[in-house]
Design a protein around this ligand. Structure first.
Ligand SMILES: O=c1ccn([C@@H]2O[C@H](COP(=O)(O)O)[C@@H](O)[C@H]2O)c(=O)[nH]1
Length: 295
C-alpha cells in the first residue's frame, strides 16, 4: 500500500472531496511509513502558561500552530482534543478548523477527539459536523461514545463509510472511573466493553489491510487478554506519558492485537514545547520506545 496518508490536495479549504481510500487503509499506510505514534494536541491552560503563552485565543492559536508545524510532517496521527478549543467558543473552533486543515495538508491523519454520542437523530448532526467531507471540521476520524447504545452510532458509521473516514469507539478507557460502566455485565455475563468490541469486529469483517472502525483502549489497564481486542481495526491507546503507562507496557496490555495499536501521547510530548526541536525529539523518543517494545 503506497497511498499517501494525507488529505486530498484541496485540504485547507472548506470543501473536501471524499477520500476513496478507507481510513483503515490510510492509517495502516501511515503507520507503516511513520510508525504508529499519535500525538495529542491538548492545549491545557497550564501548558499555555508553561509555553509562555497567554490563556486566550492568541495563545491557543500559537500553541496549535507550533504543534502542527513541529509534528504533522512526521507522526502518523495528530489528535486534537476538541474540549480545549471549545472552551474559547467560536474563535476556538476557528483555530481548530485551521489546525485540522494544516495538519492534514502536512500529511498527518487527524483524529478529532470529541467523544460524541447521542440519540441517532442528533448523532447524525455530529456526524455531519465531523465526518461529512464538506464540513469545515471534517477529520480523518472521530472518537465516539457508545453509551447511548451502539446502534445510536449508526449515522456516524454511515457518514464515515460515505466519506472514507474512521471512528474510534470508547471501549475500555484509560481512566479508572471507566470500569464501573465498561466492565458491567449483562445477564449472559458479557461486559459492556466486550459488546462494543464484538460490534466493531462485525463492522470490520473482511476489511483489508485494516478496518476503519477502531476502539479506544487505555494503555494503563494492564493485561486485557479477557477482552476480544482482535477487531480487525485500530486500537487507540491513550494513557502513555502523563497517565503513567509506557510504551514498554503495550505488549502485555494488548497481546496479539499489539500491531494494530495506535499509542497516543499528549502531555508527555507537549511539555517539551514550545521549542520545535524539543517537541520533535520527544515524539522521536516515544516512537523509538514504541518500536523497541513492538519488536
Ligand atoms: O480513554 C481515554 C480516551 C481519551 N483520552 C484522551 O487522550 C488524551 C490523553 O492526554 P495525556 O496528556 O496523554 O494524558 C486526552 O485528550 C484525553 O481526553 C484519554 O486520556 N483516555
Amino acid at each position: 500500500m503506497t497511498h499517501h496518508p494525507g488529505p486530498p490536495a484541496d485540504a485547507g479549504h472548506t470543501s473536501h472531496a471524499p477520500d476513496p481510500v478507507p481510513f483503515g487503509a490510510r492509517l495502516r499506510a501511515a503507520m507503516d511509513a511513520r510508525g504508529p505514534l499519535c500525538v495529542g494536541i491538548d492545549p491545557h491552560a497550564s501548558l499555555l502558561t508553561a509555553w509562555g503563552l497567554s490563556d486566550d485565543v492568541a495563545g491557543l492559536e500559537r500553541f496549535a500552530r507550533t504543534t502542527v508545524e513541529a509534528l504533522a510532517d512526521r507522526v502518523a496521527v495528530l489528535k486534537p482534543q476538541a474540549a480545549f478549543f471549545e472552551r474559547f467558543g467560536s474563535r476556538g473552533l476557528a483555530v481548530l478548523e485551521t489546525a485540522v486543515a494544516e495538519a492534514r495538508q502536512a500529511g498527518a491523519l487527524v483524529l478529532m477527539d470529541a467523544k460524541r454520542g447521542d440519540i441517532g437523530s442528533t448523532m447524525a448532526a455530529y456526524a455531519s459536523a465531523f465526518l461529512d467531507a464538506g464540513s469545515p471540521l471534517f477529520s480523518d476520524a472521530l472518537t465516539v461514545s457508545p453509551y447511548l447504545g451502539y446502534g445510536a452510532l449508526s449515522p456516524a458509521l454511515a457518514a464515515a463509510r460515505e466519506s472514507g473516514a474512521g471512528l474510534f469507539v470508547l471501549a475500555l478507557t484509560s481512566n479508572p472511573e471507566g470500569h464501573e460502566v465498561q466492565r458491567a455485565a449483562d445477564a449472559d455475563g458479557r461486559t459492556v466493553a466486550e459488546t462494543v468490541l464484538h460490534h466493531l469486529a462485525e463492522e470490520n469483517a473482511g476489511a483489508e489491510p485494516l478496518g476503519s472502525f477502531g476502539a479506544v483502549v487505555g494503555a494503563t489497564l494492564g493485561d486485557l487478554s479477557a477482552f476480544p481486542l482482535s477487531v480487525n481495526g485500530p486500537l487507540l491507546a491513550p494513557g502513555i506519558g502523563a497517565q503513567g503507562a509506557t510504551p514498554a507496557d503495550l505488549p502485555a496490555v494488548f497481546g496479539d492485537a499489539v500491531h494494530n495499536v495506535v499509542p497516543s501521547v499528549s502531555r508527555g510530548v507537549l511539555l517539551h514545547g514550545p521549542d520545535t526541536t524539543g517537541l520533535r525529539d520527544s515524539a522521536a523518543r516515544f516512537a523509538d520506545e514504541i518500536r523497541t517494545a513492538l519488536g
